[in-house]
Design a protein around this ligand. Structure first.
Ligand SMILES: C[S@@+](CC[C@H](N)C(=O)[O-])C[C@H]1O[C@@H](n2cnc3c(N)ncnc32)[C@H](O)[C@@H]1O
Length: 352
């Protein structure tokens, strides 16, 4: 090979390596623009698209969670991935589809939130349920209710074979001596089951079981940005406007924890529209679907997390669904296509 040819070859190699580094940061529309610039960028963009479609979780979860679309040409849905809820400002973009196997860094790990997050995560512990445990190896409560880890005092009914409503459970947390492998941190290790994301003509993307899931199985957390109520209302208004004019899918969930008196005492706004995990693909079903929502409190953490468990046995290939709520007050609300025998015809909507 001549010197000139060698030089051209190494320049091409350098261009290729640079493109592999920066293209994964681009949104689908920017990726498409870059792809039309030359043959090399077209080839790399194509393989990035294939990799994105093969794993919505960007390697953050135990198994890849692929997109499958037999309806139209959209290969995947674009968003920023976080395995758990976040309070800090999320990054504007995140690499996705790179040929590197591991996520570049876990931007959202609980140790990486900075002082602002720490002050919100920890509260001054005055009662037993928030002060954490000093167990060497945490075990669940024994039948007499005494000898187990104090952090696992509450178990949701779905794990005990009972009801369907929003429930509560407690786990070890930041103020406990035990580590992430502790037996009482079931919902803190991300998604460990096999799932896939299918596109439906009328409901858009939806989350499906890619294996049998027994009743009581932990599915995933509803991860996203935690918002103030003021910010949630502002965003909801914007999302409603967008949904009127396009097939825009919002994923802003409002959770209210009630006192026994019935008065709301805690409101949590989780927005997974731009930043979230695979729970943002779970569609609504008027009959409650096959998932139960559980508020999980970690010892020492100020805010609970919303987690999904299988409310009954779920067979491979079944769509996962839950009820978004009861109230339907918005005019021009979205039509519901849940297909359940008790379908009310419109998606739940509420003035947030
Ligand atoms: C949290 S997202 C669920 C994922 C969404 N299907 C997507 O494509 O990204 C909520 C949106 O999904 C759609 N959706 C969810 N359940 C539905 C249902 N039962 N019937 C029709 N559309 C539904 C609505 O557009 C809703 O605003």
């Amino acid at each position: 090979m001549s010197r000139e040819a060698k030089k051209t070859c190494s320049t091409q190699q350098l261009f290729f390596e640079c493109a592999e580094l920066f293209l994964p940061w681009l949104s689908p529309s920017d990726l498409a623009s870059a792809s039309s610039a030359c043959k090399t960028l077209h080839c790399i963009s194509k393989s990035i698209t294939t990799r994105r479609a093969s794993d919505a979780s960007r390697n953050f979860e135990k198994h890849p969670i692929p997109f499958i679309n037999t309806i139209d040409s959209q290969p995947y849905s674009y968003f920023i991935y976080t395995p758990s809820q976040i309070l800090c400002s999320p990054p504007l973009s995140q690499p996705w589809g790179s040929n590197l196997q591991k996520p570049i860094s876990n931007l959202f790990s609980s140790t990486n939130f900075g002082p602002y997050m720490t002050s919100l995560l920890f509260i001054s512990a005055t009662d037993e349920s928030t002060s954490g445990c000093v167990c060497k190896s945490c075990s669940e409560e024994e039948d007499d209710g005494e000898n187990g880890c104090p952090c696992s005092r509450f178990k949701p009914k779905v794990l005990l074979g009972l009801g369907q409503d929003l429930e509560m459970m407690t786990e070890c947390g930041p103020s406990c001596d035990c580590g992430v492998d502790c037996g009482n941190r079931l919902t803190q290790r991300g998604v460990s089951i096999r799932l896939k994301i299918f596109k439906d003509e009328r409901k858009g993307w939806g989350l499906y079981a890619a294996q049998f899931l027994p009743r009581g199985e932990f599915i995933c957390e509803y991860a996203g940005e935690l918002l103030t109520t003021q910010e949630a209302r502002k965003r909801q208004k914007k999302y409603d406007e967008l949904a009127l004019n396009s097939r825009f899918s919002a994923a802003l969930l409002v959770v209210r924890e009630h006192l026994p008196s019935g008065k709301a005492c805690l409101r949590i706004n989780i927005d997974a529209t731009r930043v979230g995990n695979i729970a943002r693909f779970i569609n609504h079903s008027c009959d409650g679907g096959n998932l139960t929502t559980v508020l999980v409190r970690n010892s020492g953490a100020l805010l609970p997390r919303l987690c999904f468990f299988a409310s009954r046995d779920i067979v491979e290939g079944e769509e996962l669904a839950f009820s978004y709520g009861e109230v339907r007050i918005k005019q021009n609300g979205l039509q519901c296509f849940c297909g359940s025998s008790g379908c009310l015809g419109a998606l739940p909507s509420e003035q947030t």
